[in-house]
Design a binder for this molecule. Structure first.
Ligand SMILES: C[S@@+](CC[C@H](N)C(=O)[O-])C[C@H]1O[C@@H](n2cnc3c(N)ncnc32)[C@H](O)[C@@H]1O
Length: 330
């Protein structure tokens, strides 16, 4: 590597850039890859994606009846299998891999991660209540039926409230996978400083860390168990035009849960507007970010620069000691 990559965001195709990272050198991979829905795939182009509106999402992807492109999932799997194999190579033994995805194609993502050699340990859920339902009424198609007005009215009446099968989506699944530990958990932890979870990290009102989280207050019971700090107005940056920015506190939660020391390197090969890198930086960890779109890298760098001087933030591009914290018996 990788030294020249530390605390930087690198522009390029993740498949190519990952090849430059050394074996067993990364402590944690936390990423939010393209979900392969609409035009958000491995050829994600900032201009094309910026022009997607909810209207064309629904109408264009639903010609007569409802288009459901099974090929999307197959393409996603094949591509993510290659990426996951590289991530498996660069992670230290016992290193964790968190990958966000959509409820619709989670199975493809998790299968790719599994088939690449990881142990799938869990599925985390990021819950929210606000989202635009995508289900469509069929009135538009009923109007085009070859029948008289009265029949059309009758059909509309009977199908009142019946819509295309797209439920309102209120969560994002995140796979929690792990590279096999070398020897026992203890030996692995002492040698590589990864492989265990930190139960000192709390969620809600001082609760044991759980696989469900929200950054939005829902009700007293849900908040008690699952609430993470809410996003601050400043965290995203009003210059941030990325379409799929993830909550900073959720990224911090996952980093704190699975990384032991300040010498940790957190890798995000699809870093977008830099949320993972910012979370790592604010926690005093090191990061490597990759993204193919320079517009997003500029946003990420601005967010990182703005974070200088916040609590726990080290100065941008700081190198840290790589001395192991455990004295290993010889
Ligand atoms: C879901 S977004 C990540 C958003 C990020 N979590 C944030 O909070 O801003 C996925 C990112 O992957 C990038 N991308 C897509 N294909 C890529 C590829 N082949 N190599 C590197 N980056 C890619 C896109 O430019 C996009 O910014």
């Amino acid at each position: 590597m990788s030294k020249g990559m530390i605390n930087k965001i690198i522009q390029g195709n993740a498949e190519e850039i990952l090849k430059k990272i050394k074996n067993n050198s990364i402590d944690l991979v936390l990423t939010d890859p393209p979900y392969f829905l609409d035009k958000m795939d491995n050829n994600w182009n900032h201009k094309t994606v910026s022009n997607i509106t909810d209207y064309c999402n629904t109408i264009k992807s639903l010609p007569p009846g409802m288009k459901f492109d099974k090929e999307q999932g197959i393409r996603f799997y094949k591509w993510y299998l290659k990426i996951s194999k590289e991530l498996h190579r660069v992670l230290k033994p016992g290193g964790f891999f968190f990958s966000f995805s959509s409820p619709r194609l989670y199975h493809r993502m998790a299968s790719a991660v599994d088939d690449a050699g990881f142990l799938v340990r869990d599925c985390f859920v990021w819950l929210y209540t606000q989202n635009q339902p995508k289900a469509m009424s069929l009135n538009h198609f009923i109007d085009k039926l070859n029948t008289n007005k009265k029949n059309k009215m009758m059909i509309k009446d009977k199908l009142c409230g019946w819509k295309t099968p797209q439920i309102k989506s209120c969560f994002e699944p995140i796979v929690m996978a792990q590279k096999q530990v070398s020897g026992t958990f203890l030996k692995n932890m002492m040698k590589y400083e990864v492989g265990l979870i930190n139960s000192n990290v709390k969620i809600g009102q001082n609760m044991f860390p759980s696989n469900v989280s929200s950054v939005q207050s829902i009700d007293a019971l849900m908040d008690k168990y699952f609430l993470l700090p809410k996003p601050s107005k400043k965290e995203k940056g009003d210059f941030n035009i990325h379409k799929t920015v993830k909550p900073l506190e959720l990224c911090k939660y996952l980093i704190k849960l699975t990384t032991f020391s300040k010498s940790t390197i957190v890798l995000d090969p699809f870093v977008g507007s830099g949320t993972t890198a910012l979370a790592a930086k604010e926690l005093g960890r090191r990061f490597i970010g990759i993204d193919s779109n320079k517009e997003y890298i500029e946003i990420a760098e601005k967010r990182l620069e703005n974070a200088c001087g916040r609590d726990g933030a080290s100065s941008y591009r700081t190198m840290r000691t790589e001395m192991p914290l455990f004295a290993l018996p010889r």
